[in-house]
Design a protein around this ligand. Structure first.
Ligand SMILES: [Zn+2]
Length: 305
């Protein structure tokens, strides 16, 4: 009798352990879900869209959906913009020289961007590496100081955005770059690309040759891609699917996807577009071109209306 009880107890114990293992496989712990579903893109949740904001692309105004915060909006996934109109550029790079950083380094050959790490900032090592990606390859240099009026403040603040976000170009005052859930070196390099004056590659006027935006995504989300274009724009260089400023294929269940046949025609590897492993040759070229113009004081004027 004792042996039967003993066997029965073990059987119950085995069934219990087996159920635990199964339930773990079917219902992973919350933390497992979080880590496995963390996006490599820096986008905010489109369901958070709660407002519209007017932006100025080159010399034209557009109204796009946004996530409205106290004193700024988030547009196009991860771009912060003040509520007042900003003279922002078109395509994927600003053309407004006033929106670019203009502190010449002592050698007169580089542009220096002052930065500080806020006490809240958690990803110093990755941020330093991301800054190195840009400074190793372009005429941009980052200097740690806050004496200059214009400077970047790295923060980790979930009230600004959940993933990562930045203003485009220089605001002319101390400005935040927020690195939160998406904090890999490549993600930070993407946000720095915004801070340097770049928008997203898929905002270019010729993007329809390469990607497809689902119509409902253009109206129901803050990725109102269709209106982030200016047919008169002169995008710099060629459309670059390898750019660190391009969003990934199949973003938001196909809101943004590669056009049929493009992957095969251009022999694109997996992970392109949307890579965050390095700057592309063109990312480097565009930033060097933009800031060479700053160094040479070339002005870009709006055409007469
Ligand atoms: Zn972005």
């Amino acid at each position: 009798m004792k042996i039967r009880k003993y066997v029965l107890l073990h059987l119950v114990l085995l069934v219990f352990i087996s159920l635990q293992i199964n339930s773990c496989a079917i219902f992973p712990k919350k933390t497992d879900v979080d880590s496995s579903t963390t996006s490599t893109d820096e986008i905010e949740d489109p369901s958070d869209v709660n407002s519209e904001v007017k932006v100025k692309l080159s010399c034209e105004e557009f109204t796009i959906a946004s996530i409205k915060k106290d004193n700024f909006h988030i547009i196009d996934g991860d771009i912060m913009t003040p509520p007042t109109l900003l003279p922002i550029g078109f395509g994927h790079a600003t053309t407004d020289i006033g929106q670019l950083w203009d502190l010449k380094c002592n050698n007169d050959e580089n542009i220096c961007i002052p930065y500080v790490f806020d006490s809240s900032f958690k990803y110093k090592k990755n941020a330093k590496e991301a800054m190195k990606w840009w400074s190793d390859n372009t005429i941009i240099r980052f200097i740690k100081q806050s004496d200059e009026e214009k400077h970047l403040i790295f923060v980790t603040d979930s009230t600004i955005c959940k993933y990562a976000c930045s203003y485009v170009g220089s605001l002319g005052v101390p400005q935040k770059i927020n690195i939160n859930k998406t904090n890999r070196v490549g993600n930070i390099a993407h946000e720095l690309g915004h801070a340097l004056g770049l928008y997203h590659m898929q905002a270019r006027a010729d993007r329809d040759d390469f990607v497809v935006i689902k119509p409902n995504c253009a109206t129901n989300t803050n990725f109102k891609f269709a209106e982030l274009r200016n047919e008169n724009a002169q995008d710099r260089n060629a459309y670059d699917l390898y750019s660190i400023m391009h969003y990934s294929d199949n973003l938001l269940s196909g809101c943004l996807s590669l056009k049929d046949g493009v992957r095969e025609r251009l022999n694109l590897p997996d992970g392109i577009p949307g890579q965050r492993d390095s700057l592309s040759a063109q990312d480097i070229q565009v930033v060097n071109e933009l800031y060479s113009e700053v160094l040479n004081d070339i002005k870009v004027d709006c055409p007469d209306a």
